[in-house]
Structures are given as C-alpha cells and as structure tokens.
Design a protein around this ligand. Structure first.
Ligand code: GDP
Ligand code: IMO
Ligand code: MG
Length: 430
C-alpha cells in the first residue's frame, strides 16, 4: 500500500485541503511538511466550512492524527489561536491527535514585522507575500539562528538564543527605520505561551517511523504549489520553501521511499495571488466570471485572486519537476456554462516558440500564450460523483488536459463539499 503525497501543481489554492480531507478517510496520519500559516486550506463538510492554515487537514476527521513536520515554520501564537478557533467548531485537538516536530523553526512577531516592513517599503522587489513572516523565518533557519519549538522548553538556554537572534534582527530593523526589540520582553512573551505550545512537541520522525512499522497509512499534505517553489517556481515571485513532493521526505523526517504516490492538485483553470508573471491571466469579463463563480478570494488575506485560462504547458512542467503520478482536477464545475474554453499549449517569446516556461524573469514576463480553443458545455458538472454524469464536452476537456499534461487524472472535484468527487483511480491503491 503506497503512502500518498498531495501537492499543489499551480500557484496554490488548487483545492488541496478538500482533496486531503477526502483522502484522509483512507489515512491514519496526515503530515504537513513545509510552509506555515501562509497556507489557507478550506474544507466544507455537510455545509460547515473549516479554514485551516497551519493545522493538517486530517485533524478534522475523527481517528486521524495530524502531524506538523520540521519543514514547517510554526508561529506559536497563530498555532494556539487556530487550535482555539477549530476547537470552537467542535473539533477535538489534543496532543494525542496533533504532534509538532520539536525541531520545527518558530515564526516570531519580529519575522512578521520584517515581512511587513519589506512589503510596504518602496525599496526592493514587492512579492505580494501573505505578510505572515514566512520568508524571514526560513532565512533565519538557514542562517542557523532561528528559535525552534524545543527551545521554548529550556528557559536556561533560551535567553542566549534570543540575544543571538536579536543581534541580527535589531541591526536589520535599524536599517529599515524600525525600533529595536527588547530581549527581556520577547523572552517573557515566549515563556508565557511555552507550556501550551510545547505540549504538542514530539520527535516526529520517531512517531512516523513507528506509524509506518504498525502499517498505518500516511498522507502528506503540501501547501502552496510548484510554481511558488523557491527553486522551481517563478522566482523571485515565490514562497521561501520547496513545495515539490521531495520535500515531503525532508520536511517530515522520513526517507524518500516513504512516498509511494504523488498526487498533484490541479485547478481546471488558473489562479494566482500576489505579484509575478501569469501568462494566461485574463483581465476581462471572462476573468471576472471565473473569479466570481470560483469564489476566488484568498482564505488567508482575503485578497482577490487573479484568474486565467488553464495553462497546460506550465502544469506539464510542474508535474514533471515534482514527480507527480496522477492529478486531482478540481473546480471543473466553475467552467459550467462557458461557450468556449482556451487551453495554453506553449508560448511565443521574442518570436520564438517554447513548449515550457523558461527560467528568466524577462522571458516569463514577455511570454505570450499559444492557445487551443475547445467547446464549452451547456449542462452541469456541479456535484457530479460519476464520470457518466459529465456532459460530453466536459469529458473531452478533461481528456484533452490529460493528454497535454502527460499525466493521468485520478480524481475530479465538482464542488467544495467533501464527497463531491469522481474517483477514477485510488491513489492509495495505485
Ligand atoms: P488550497 O489552498 O489548495 O487548499 O485551496 P483553497 O481552500 O485555498 O481554495 C480552494 C477553494 O475552492 C476553496 O474555497 C474550496 O472550498 C473550493 N473548492 C475546492 N474544490 C472545489 C470544486 O471542485 N468546485 C468548487 N466550486 N469549489 C471547490
Ligand atoms: P495555499 O497552501 C496561494 C503566495 C503569496 C505570495 C507568495 C509569497 O493556500 O495554496 P509568502 O507569504 O509565502 O512569503 O508569499 O506566495 N502564497 C500563496 N498563494 N496559496 C497559498 O497557500 C500561498 N502561500 C503563499 O501570495 O505571492
Ligand atoms: Mg489556499
């Protein structure tokens, strides 16, 4: 039985949360392995909506254990607030069904402030981040000065670690015209929340190793998407972590063989939040219609998502880079009633044809999409749960996408509700 990693194959918000929630019926453990509370994963279960940012989508399902791996950056304040919010919706969260890697790096208020200062300053490239402090925390992690969850449990060594961290940050803050942060005050705030946050701390690698030995099924839940990957995405307009499937091994503490099947989540059109190139973007009535029908507003920041046609060239590239075995095609219902649909099959850049998006930021900005036009469908795909319920043109659209991206469609999603899914191949059985 293969363990399954779910990753986004576009610029995030593909519907990972819904699919992970659906698949979690077949899993015992759901593991987040990168990103932080920049993610916003929406689950709709019997009409009730759950919005998760840091918590693995599995926590909502009784009997499923949620794990936050060391590849995730954890804001302990946001974590505790989210736990309270989700508990208020009737979900039980205890150290029995939620574990956080003791070696996960911590997002602190200084990181969030730095993210905000950079995004609002007129100097440098504006990325359009979620301003959650994600980038600055990964910088500190790689710079070997980050605080980690386990540090909160050791009040003796914590002051020196804070001094070391603030030595770096206060110099930076002064340069940006900000005020110094007081080490004593930060220590006090951290010690206040330490008992609650460290209650979930565990050697996650060991827990996962044990789960595997016991034959439990593990589902890895990616955040963001391949096009936001710090290596492979549309750099510099990316997030600060690796979002590809290989990160599921690194960010959880299991070897690469733990991942048997990689499921890419792909939206039937394209969206993006924040700045950066987007060749198939539609700044017209069709784009607005996609945004309205698809309710394309960010879960985390409430920002309007940019919308455009399906980009098969870019998705093919993402799937190959991430090593995807099959995809879940989501939000097919949003395309219901459109007369015609365009699919991007390549680009023209400076008079030359490309079947992939080159890495140069200049080329990416200049890329003109080459489209193939398909007939839309008059009927409805909404809430369909079998292939037979789909109008013939919708079937053709899915089949053509499958051909262009050179990857099989394992699932199709037809509404936000948990069970509105067409299952074609079970990723856990493949
Ligand atoms: P994630 O970040 O990849 O988990 O995706 P988000 O939750 O941020 O955004 C996806 C949005 O689309 C959410 O509001 C979901 O409830 C919704 N959604 C997911 N699948 C479908 C679908 O098949 N059809 C429709 N109409 N909405 C969907
Ligand atoms: P989920 O998991 C969509 C985008 C931000 C910005 C860039 C960098 O819900 O799919 P960051 O705060 O990470 O430094 O911002 O990445 N971004 C997302 N876009 N979905 C997400 O997560 C995102 N997380 C970050 O908008 O462009
Ligand atoms: Mg999202």
């Amino acid at each position: 039985m293969a363990d399954v990693a779910v990753i986004g194959a576009q610029w995030g918000d593909e519907g990972k949360g819904k699919i992970v929630d659906w698949l979690s019926a077949r899993a015992d453990v759901v593991v987040r392995f990168q990103g932080g509370h920049n993610a916003g994963h929406t689950l709709v279960i019997d009409g009730k909506t759950y919005k998760l940012s840091l918590l693995p989508s599995g926590v909502v399902r009784k009997g499923c254990v949620g794990v936050i791996g060391s590849g995730v950056v954890v804001d302990p304040f946001a974590l505790l607030a989210e736990i309270e919010r989700v508990r208020a919706q009737g979900v039980e969260i205890t150290p029995k069904n939620l574990m956080i890697a003791e070696n996960a790096s911590l997002i602190l208020p200084i990181h969030q402030e730095l993210d905000q200062m950079r995004e609002t300053s007129n100097d440098g490239v504006k990325i359009g981040t979620t301003k959650r402090g994600i980038g600055p925390t990964y910088e500190d992690k790689t710079g070997r000065r980050a605080l980690r969850l386990v540090d909160l449990a050791d009040p003796k060594t914590l002051p020196a670690k804070i001094d070391n961290l603030l030595g770096h940050h206060n110099a930076l803050r002064r340069g940006l015209g900000g005020a110094d942060v007081d080490a004593e005050a930060l220590l006090k705030t951290l010690l206040e929340i330490a008992p609650k946050a460290t209650a979930f701390a565990r050697p996650v690698w060991r827990e996962l190793d044990r789960a595997r030995k016991e034959g439990k099924r593990i589902l890895f839940e990616g955040a963001q998407g391949v096009l936001l990957d710090v290596d492979h995405g549309t750099y510099p307009y990316v997030t600060s972590s690796n979002t590809v499937a290989g990160q599921a091994a690194t960010g959880s503490g299991l070897g690469p063989r733990a991942i048997g099947y990689v499921l890419g989540i792909v939206k039937a059109y394209t969206t993006r939040v924040g700045e950066g190139p987007f060749p198939t973007e539609l700044d017209d009535e069709t784009g607005r219609r996609l945004g309205e029908r698809g309710r394309e507003f960010g879960t985390v920041t409430g920002r309007q998502r940019r919308c455009g046609w399906f980009d098969a060239a870019l998705v093919r590239q993402s799937l190959k880079i991430a090593g995807v075995d099959g995809i879940a095609l989501t939000k097919l219902d949003v395309l219901d009633g459109m007369k015609e649909l365009k699919v991007c099959v390549g680009y023209r850049i400076g008079g030359e044809d490309f079947d992939y998006l080159p890495a140069s930021a200049g080329d990416q900005a200049a890329a003109e999409p080459v489209y193939e036009t398909m007939k839309g469908w008059a009927g409805s795909t909404e809430k369909a749960r079998s292939w037979a319920e789909l109008p013939a043109e919708a079937v053709k659209y899915v089949r053509r996408i499958e051909e262009l991206i050179e990857t099989p469609v394992a699932l199709v999603s037809t509404s936000p509700e948990r069970d509105d899914v067409i299952l074609m191949r079970d990723p856990f059985q493949d």
